[in-house]
Structures are given as structure tokens and as C-alpha cells.
Design a protein. Structure first.
Length: 342
């Protein structure tokens, strides 16, 4: 909280200095030496001294008395303190006039312009304190929301990487058992994928092209594993102006993981269709796979982690900028993600 107040003071300090500086110098800016820098019936020196008194009222009430006493415990003490503060300001102004400018005291109509501003500045100091407290409270809430968001995103990302790595290692074990000559190329591809996961996804966002390349590498690993046993159709369409777009890393892979997890066990010819299109800054991602109801009901308890994480991340990062439709009917599972990219 102290850090927030320090930052707030730095930003507000310049405004305060400008306002008070103009008020202090106002007689010497709008009047002339011939008139003794008068503003109305008041000499410039008295006006400047009054501004110094007003500054004392403003800051002592806004930063000391009001925040310190206006609470459930000390509120009753604030009233006499406020009255005393105004009374002292009145006496100071009176003594200054009586000692240096006695002629002003002869003009009774000028009294309201002598003592009235003290009350006005006192009221302004209360309004300022309440507004400043409200602004600071909102900043504190926003900071807490930001910290919570950052923590949730870190947690979600930490879940995604191990989940993906587990699936890929399972794929490689399958290739090793088959003694496939494609194991070496698969390991190289896995190395590239892990490099991407460990280093390229540490920032807030990654380029769309990198994410698409990552997605393609994952699909190729799956093709190496299943060969002709699973029909995989993958189409990517990106306009030239979409190459500079960015998105959250590893946002699309859980949909593909889910399709392979449940689509390869389809009793008839397993088929997985993946279509990614980016047009005019909008990404449309379609993933389809056939599945068997019996196998779907027997899935393990961790199978929904990826999709649940994606839903959470979309809500946290793209709220109001995405739509996610999930359909499951007639042994066909179909997701459509529409996302506005920047």
C-alpha cells in the first residue's frame, strides 16, 4: 500500500506544484507594481500569505487530520480539531491584516473574502481526500486482480507443458517398440518442440507463425506414430497480413491432443480433421474426430485437463474476443474456436 501511495504522490505532485505555484504568483501575474499587485481590495503580499495558510489547511486536513481521525474510533475528535484548524487560520489572517494592512479591516464587505476561502479550502481538502482514497482503493484492487491473473496463468501453463510432454513421450515409446527408423527424426522434432516450450513461450505472447509450426510438428509426430492406421487431414490458411499477429502460446494444442486421444480408438476408420484459418485478424480453428461412446466413457480422469485449461485461459485473456463451440453427436466430436488476434 505504501508503494502505491508513493507512486501516486509522484504523479500528483507535479499537478499540486503547478496549481499552488499559479495561486502564489497570481497577484504578480495579473496586476502591476503601481497598484501594489492588488487583487480587489487585497494587496499581493496578503494574497500570497493567504495562499500559504490555505496550503497548510489543505495538506494538514487531507493528509493528517481527516485520514487519521475520521474513523469509528476517533471521529468525535475530528470536529473540534476541524473547528480549531479554521479558527487558527482566521486569527492568522486577522493578525496579518491588523499588522500590515489595517485599511483592509475597515472594509466590512471584504471580510467574507478574507475568511470564506479558508472554509472553501477545508471542504475541498475533504473532497480531495475521499476521491484520492477511492482512486487508491481501485488501484489496489486492480493490482490484486492483475497478480491473481498472473498467478492463475502461470498455474495453467505449468499444467499444459507436462500434459503435452507426457503424450509425446508415449508416442516415442510406441515408435521405439516398433523399432521404427523414424525414431531419430522424431527425437529431433521433439527437441525442437521442447526448445519452443522452454524458451519461446516464456513471454506473454508468441507469433502466430511459431505457434502454427509448433502445431504442425506435433501433428507430424502423431502421424509417425500411427502411420496409415489413422487418417489425418491438416489444412492451414493464413493471409499475408496475418504473419505479424500474436497469440497466447500453446493455446491450440490441447484441442489437437484431445482429438488424437479419443479419435484413434474409433472402431471404424479413425479420422481426424484439423483446419486453421486466419483472415482479417480473426482466427477460426476447427478440429473434428470420430469417437466410440464405450471408449469415451472409459477415459481416464485426467483427460479433460487440457480442454479445461484452454477454457480458463480464453476467459482470462480473451474475454469478449472469442467464441468456443463444442459439439458431440453421432460419434462426432467437433470444436470450433473463433478468436480475434492482435
Amino acid at each position: 500500500m505504501k508503494i502505491l501511495y508513493n507512486k501516486y504522490a509522484l504523479t500528483e505532485g507535479g499537478i499540486h506544484a503547478l496549481i499552488w505555484g499559479v495561486l502564489l504568483l497570481l497577484p504578480y501575474l495579473v496586476s502591476t507594481p503601481a497598484s501594489n499587485y492588488r487583487i480587489g481590495p487585497f494587496p499581493g503580499l496578503f494574497f500570497t500569505i493567504s495562499v500559504l495558510i490555505h496550503m497548510s489547511i489543505f495538506y494538514s486536513n487531507a493528509f493528517l487530520f481527516y485520514p487519521g481521525l475520521m474513523n469509528r474510533k476517533w471521529w468525535w475528535l475530528y470536529v473540534p480539531v476541524a473547528v480549531l484548524l479554521l479558527f487558527v487560520s482566521f486569527r492568522l489572517k486577522y493578525y496579518v491584516l491588523a499588522f500590515w494592512f489595517p485599511d483592509v479591516l475597515k472594509d466590512v464587505t471584504a471580510y467574507k473574502f478574507v475568511f470564506g476561502p479558508s472554509v472553501g479550502i477545508f471542504v475541498v481538502s475533504i473532497i480531495y481526500r475521499r476521491v484520492a482514497d477511492k482512486v487508491m482503493l481501485e488501484k489496489t484492487k486492480e493490482k490484486r486482480r492483475t497478480e491473481q491473473l498472473s498467478t492463475e496463468l502461470k498455474f495453467l501453463r505449468s499444467q499444459i507443458s507436462p500434459h503435452f510432454l507426457f503424450n509425446v513421450l508415449t508416442n516415442l515409446v510406441s515408435l521405439a517398440r516398433k523399432k521404427s527408423d523414424k525414431l531419430e527424426s522424431s527425437l529431433i522434432m521433439l527437441s525442437d518442440l521442447m526448445r519452443y516450450m522452454l524458451y519461446d513461450t516464456q513471454g506473454k505472447k508468441v507469433s502466430l507463425i511459431k505457434e502454427v509450426e509448433y502445431l504442425k510438428s506435433y501433428i507430424e509426430l502423431q502421424k509417425l506414430r500411427f502411420g496409415s492406421e489413422v487418417m489425418v487431414s491438416s489444412v492451414t490458411e493464413i493471409e499475408e497480413d496475418g504473419e505479424g499477429l500474436t497469440l497466447e502460446p500453446m493455446l491450440l494444442i490441447p484441442f489437437v491432443e484431445n482429438a488424437f486421444k479419443h479419435g484413434v480408438n474409433y472402431l471404424l476408420q479413425p479420422q481426424i480433421d484439423i483446419h486453421l484459418q486466419v483472415k482479417k485478424g480473426q482466427l477460426v480453428f476447427n478440429v473434428k474426430n470420430r469417437f466410440d461412446d464405450e471408449n469415451a466413457t472409459a477415459k481416464d480422469e485426467n483427460s479433460g485437463i487440457g480442454l479445461a485449461n484452454v477454457r480458463s485461459r480464453l476467459e482470462l485473456l480473451y474475454k469478449g474476443k472469442y467464441s468456443l463451440m463444442v459439439k458431440s453427436e453421432k460419434n462426432l466430436f467437433h470444436i470450433t474456436l473463433t478468436l480475434v488476434l492482435t
